[in-house]
Design a protein around this ligand. Structure first.
Ligand code: KG4
Ligand code: ZN
Length: 346
């Protein structure tokens, strides 16, 4: 089954062609980072307009790169939520209409489920790397920080989540305070490499009480206070604060993952979402967590069309399809999804 995947939930236009037999055939990504950088964050209206400009040429590109045409498609998968309403509408309207015009099936994909399943797309190539069900997942992106128990594909139980900012959002805000620009995660990680770990120690929020919830807004305030105390900042101050911030986030995520592994007795952990590209986080979990870790290749950690095509293909193979209307759900709890029938999805 040849599936076109479309991702437009935020500031990346991602297209991909996934074949359920042959795997990922092609992908194309246009990042709007430069467009939004001057505003220090994503401007929703500009994001929607830019998706409109890019979606058709990128569709043509993934087809050409794979040596296929529109008539070869069996289905179209698009992100229906969660995300920015206007941005979602571009991909969903384009995808649903294309499927209707070609008289093929369409499928609405949950963006966070696609992140969660992205490491399995890689595991298809290397069967040894596939996590064993049931497994744990840490979803860390710009909008979500969640610890999830995956009982079966499509059956998700929320174990804990951020009560305020998401981890990626905290990275972005801290980067803004340090005048490092947008998106913050990679910029903080880069500055942190030159930092002196002995200089500051930032708090590890909510790790001194039981439970698996997170909070990152206090860490943000702590960062702001440190910035103000040392202003004007030297290059070294910026690097030292970036490192202290990154270590605090990484440690906090690690402590909650360790707690989840111990409490559940599960030994496989999937790490997914944009923040899963963070090398310090990967190293800490690799070294100190008593679990088998699974993550996507770096290019598939942040938003992309390949994960949408893959998650859509799993649900299509299980017999699901979208109705004819264009539906988007800017807020869409992943825990409302129906299970993906394992018998047909195999
Ligand atoms: O999954 P994603 O691309 O989009 C959402 O679904 O939100 O995640 C984007 C987030 C941003 O907040 C970005 O700063 C963060 O992921 N991020 C990182 C890194 N790369 C991206 N955070 C920390 N370290 C990174 N290397
Ligand atoms: Zn995402």
């Amino acid at each position: 089954m040849l599936v076109l995947g479309i991702e437009t939930s935020c500031d990346e236009t991602g297209l991909a062609l996934y074949d359920s037999q042959a795997g990922l055939l092609s992908e194309a990504l246009y990042s709007q980072v430069d467009l939004h950088a001057q505003y220090g964050g994503v401007v929703p209206e500009l994001a929607s307009r830019d998706h409109i400009r890019k979606i058709t040429p990128l569709t043509q590109r993934v087809l050409e790169d794979a040596g296929r045409t529109l008539s070869d498609l069996d289905a179209v998968a698009y992100t229906a939520g969660p995300g920015l309403m206007g941005a979602l509408l571009v991909g969903a309207t384009f995808g649903r209409t294309l499927a209707w015009a070609l008289d093929i099936r369409a499928i609405e994909v949950h963006h966070m489920e696609a992140h969660l399943l992205a490491p399995l797309l890689n595991a298809d190539v290397n069967a040894d790397a596939a996590p064993e069900l049931p497994f744990l997942a840490l979803l860390v992106s710009g909008g979500h920080t969640q610890l999830v128990k995956v009982a079966d594909l499509g059956s998700y139980e929320l174990l804990g989540e951020s009560v305020d900012d998401a981890a990626g959002e905290a990275f972005d805000k801290a980067a803004k305070m340090l005048a490092l620009g947008y998106p913050g995660g990679p910029r903080i990680a880069e500055a942190a490499r030159r930092g002196n770990a002995a200089r500051f120690r930032f708090p590890r929020p909510m790790t001194d009480r039981p439970g698996l919830d997170f909070s990152f807004s206090g860490l943000k305030t702590y960062t702001l206070n440190t910035v103000n105390e040392h202003a004007p900042l030297t290059e070294q101050d910026i690097a030292d604060i970036a490192l202290a911030f990154e270590q605090a986030v990484v440690d906090t995520l690690f402590i909650k993952c360790r707690r989840a592994v111990e409490a559940s007795g599960l030994s496989d952990l999937v790490l997914a979402g944009g923040v899963s590209a963070n090398q310090s986080l990967r190293q800490k979990l690799e070294l100190d967590l008593d679990a088998n870790l699974h993550y996507a290749p770096l290019a598939l950690c942040t938003d992309n069309g390949a994960m949408i095509a893959y998650a859509g293909a799993l649900r299509l193979l299980a017999g699901e399809q979208a109705e004819l209307a264009v539906n988007t759900r800017p807020r869409w709890p992943m825990f409302e999804l129906p299970p993906i029938s394992p018998a047909t999805a195999a």
